[in-house]
Design a protein around this ligand. Structure first.
Ligand SMILES: C[S@@+](CC[C@H](N)C(=O)[O-])C[C@H]1O[C@@H](n2cnc3c(N)ncnc32)[C@H](O)[C@@H]1O
Length: 255
């Protein structure tokens, strides 16, 4: 489903940024512009756009993570820190939860928000495609609504598997393919209402048009499950939520 016309390793390879075809080297910069622009209004936009549903999708992810005190957790593309905060509650002080993101604006909003709530976590700017952590370090790795924005999803998934301990679990929460009968209404909402809310609330219509487009360009449920398997994960399964508006994929590193 990647829109590349050449192998990923070529510096002239193309990929997609929403519906646009761009050079791979350009994509990360364009994604960075989106998240620098929306960072300060990101949380309110999430509640407005999803009618609060993102909280339920994240709660389900947290319950599937089955976290126990003392575990080491990596939250990739963690943004404003919703998952990290919930993970930290479950690991307790003996655990280690890393809030990471490639975008320092998103991470700053997240870190400040957590500090205001009395939650102090190690925080790092890092690219999911080149994680600065040793092999086999984490019990759980999560990425929520982040994979869609990555240029080389296969490299990012391989990195996620690399840093998981044997027996550790990867959780990928992402927009996915909605059930067919709902597609017309969902498309109308995505291409009319989302950019309108983006304009009124975040002063940025284009970033929310990118959101709608990037969802359509993201691999569907079965394709993403196959990508997790290719990355070396086992016992791969997924759960559709809200009729496939989002899906939680999970896989285990059996070493
Ligand atoms: C839609 S936000 C999700 C934030 C948070 N996980 C949540 O669910 O609310 C997507 C995040 O992915 C991050 N991101 C995009 N590409 C990335 C990459 N290559 N490595 C790490 N983070 C990335 C963006 O900076 C952004 O903060």
């Amino acid at each position: 489903m990647q829109n590349s016309s050449r192998p990923e390793s070529s510096s002239e390879s193309t990929t997609h940024f929403g519906y646009k075809t761009v050079n791979e080297a350009e994509k990360a910069g364009k994604v960075a512009e989106v998240f620098h622009s929306v960072a300060s209004r990101y949380d309110i936009m999430n509640d407005l756009m999803s009618g609060g549903l993102h909280r339920i999708w994240k709660s389900f992810t947290i319950s599937r993570a089955n976290i126990r005190p003392g575990m080491k957790i990596l939250d990739i593309a963690g943004g404003t820190g919703d998952l990290s905060k919930a993970f930290a509650k479950k690991t307790g002080p003996s655990g280690e939860v890393w809030l990471t993101d490639i975008n320092d604006s998103m991470l700053r909003v997240g870190r400040d928000r957590l500090v205001d709530q009395g939650v102090l976590l190690p925080t790092a700017v890092c690219d999911a495609e080149k994680l600065p952590f040793p092999d086999g370090y984490f019990d759980r790795v999560s990425v929520a609504f982040g994979l869609r924005n990555m240029t080389h999803k296969d490299r990012a998934l391989a990195e996620m598997r690399r840093v998981l301990k044997p027996g550790g679990k990867l959780l990928v929460l992402e927009f996915s393919r909605v059930a067919k009968p709902l597609a017309p209404a969902y498309d109308w909402y995505s291409f009319n209402i989302l950019p309108w809310i983006g304009k009124k609330v975040a002063g940025d219509e284009e970033s929310y048009r990118y959101l709608a487009e990037s969802i359509r360009m993201h691999p569907d449920q079965d394709t993403l499950a196959a990508m997790l398997e290719t990355a070396g994960l086992s016992r791969v399964r997924y759960f559709n939520m809200t009729a496939g508006v989002v899906a939680l994929h999970e896989g285990v590193n059996l070493g």
